[in-house]
Design a protein. Sequence first.
Length: 278
Amino acid sequence: MEIHQLRYFIAVVDEGSFSRAAAREHVAQPSLSQQIQKLEAEMGERLFDRLPRSVVVTEAGKCLLEYARKILAEIADARRCVDELKGEVAGRLTVGAIPTIAPYVLPALIGKFQHRYPKVTLEIFEDTTERLVRRLEDGELDIALLSTCDETPALERHSLGKEPLLILLPKEHQLAKKKKIKWSDLESQKFLLLHEMHCLSAQVYQFLDAHHLRPTLAVTGAQLGTIARMVAAGMGVSLVPANDDSDRAHDWMRRFAFCGAGSHARAQFGAQSSPRSE
């Protein structure tokens, strides 16, 4: 049993597809399929049922999965432990971040990190919270910058702060003429929000619900930059993090904070990592 075989096995489970798993692992699909077959031969059991358009994990595969994740996590811990004994900070650091944080927070942080630790190679992955947490548990990531995440015994969580959410409007919007905007001003507005797979979307819905607003959705999108440009086109309004600079270069949009007691919307963000073995 080889380490890369376990890694390929977990990738197929996570992706539900040999082709997507191969792309994720940066190998040719035939090579990945061959390694899975070797692993199955060694285990003496089929790990997947191959269907025309997907693969399904067998009971034997489910049994192996738990141990495979633990093995890769332990190997990652072992590598970190050995690196710490070298007397200098060197090696590779894999960092995950959700798309609503990565472009606005990572560039400045990476610049400072590289200046301080020039012998460390950084590898950055952008993905949804669920998939980043899974990769942390598999030992594929060292740390991830997330917004909201459930407690789990396999990971350590550290809160880094909170970020205001601002209302984004077209420049000529009627609300853009006001000096202050209240939650009640948004009752009749059409909203452009991220897809529900993004944790920011869930936070925005929670804030709106807390203020008894049931937004009419005009569009859901996958990127804040796309949302901002659709706002500029007059398709609706949106709530965006204060760090999001998608609209900075454009004079046809306006940002406003909310006013009134208890009206401040803030998104939490933090870092999550695999605990190191003592």
